[in-house]
Design a protein around this ligand. Structure first.
Ligand code: PMP
Length: 285
């Protein structure tokens, strides 16, 4: 693979970042994941806008290459011959010469920028979308600024491992009795045809896929209710699903061992998946 690091395109084995990088030492970094279908970027403008917001919320400087990010993404797609897959982008506060809790002077320390591709042939017609996911619930003990897309992914990673150990695919995080989101996706239930998902706030990531899916749902005259829901309510729902840039719309068929409906992906999730992929391909760049 050819990867991008601080202005250079290099073989992955030659790309290096300092041991003093604050992304490595302190998770002082933000990221984005953009999906690629047929060599084109899905929802790129949305990911770029959220990156800008994440940087601003952390008083992190915009990297010099910020306005060239689309070109860099395209260059990586071309150099790696990427058809279907993902592009991972990370920006850290940089690599001052030592470890220190105090932020380095932004004029003296360049942000570190790393991008790499992940090939996922057949991303849009994943086998999992046909069977659906099993999820378990785990307590949400993450920090209070989940609207900022930081690389603090240890707890979500542990949540996913707890799910795997329990024979499930993913975990839904629960705070004060209600589902916040999945480990790496936004969570939804469907009640009498109405789509219910938690309202935006500091307690969840403002999913780029969430925004698009809710817009397409409303355009298709589907009812959307942005409010919190419990695991018990989800277990009694007609269907459930999650959304993310890497999984698009993915049905959920089991929650803490309780099967939803007949155990197959529901019609609303299946339809939204189709609409999302069709519509976002129209604006892919
Ligand atoms: N919530 C969390 C915690 C996530 O990590 C992600 C994906 N990175 C999402 C939601 C979905 O966001 P998006 O649709 O922008 O990928």
């Amino acid at each position: 693979r050819t990867v991008y690091v601080n202005g250079a395109y290099l073989p992955e084995t030659e790309a290096v970042v300092s041991v003093f990088d604050r992304g490595f030492l302190m998770a002082d970094a933000v990221y984005e994941v953009t999906s690629v279908l047929g060599g084109r970027l899905i929802d790129f403008a949305g990911h770029c806008a959220r990156l800008e917001r994440s940087l601003a919320e952390l008083d992190m400087r915009k990297p010099a290459c910020f306005d060239a990010l689309l070109d860099i993404h395209r260059e990586l797609v071309a150099r790696n011959g990427l058809e279907d897959g993902l592009i991972y982008l990370q920006v850290t506060r940089g690599s001052p010469g030592d470890r220190d809790f105090v932020f380095p002077d932004p004029d003296a320390t360049e942000p570190t920028v790393v991008l790499f591709t992940q090939s996922k042939p057949g991303l849009a017609d994943s086998a999992q979308a046909k069977t659906g996911l099993k999820v378990i619930s785990v307590e949400d003990i993450r920090w209070g600024r989940r609207d900022i897309k930081t690389v603090q992914l240890l707890y979500p990673s542990m949540g996913k491992m707890m799910a795997k150990k329990a024979g499930a695919d993913d975990a839904w995080l629960v705070e004060d009795g209600c589902v916040t989101e999945g480990t790496s996706n936004n969570a939804y239930i469907v009640l009498n045809g109405r789509i219910v998902t938690r309202a935006l706030g500091a307690d969840i990531l403002h999913g780029i896929t969430r925004a698009a899916v809710l817009r397409f749902a409303r355009e298709a005259q589907m009812e959307v209710e942005e409010r919190s829901f419990t695991i018990a309510e989800a277990q009694g729902a007609d269907e459930a699903f999650v959304t993310s840039a890497s999984a698009f719309v993915m049905p959920v068929v089991e929650i803490d061992g309780v099967t939803l409906g007949d155990g197959a992906p529901g019609p609303v999730a299946r339809r939204l998946r189709e609409i999302y992929i069709d519509e976002s391909l129209k604006t892919a760049v």
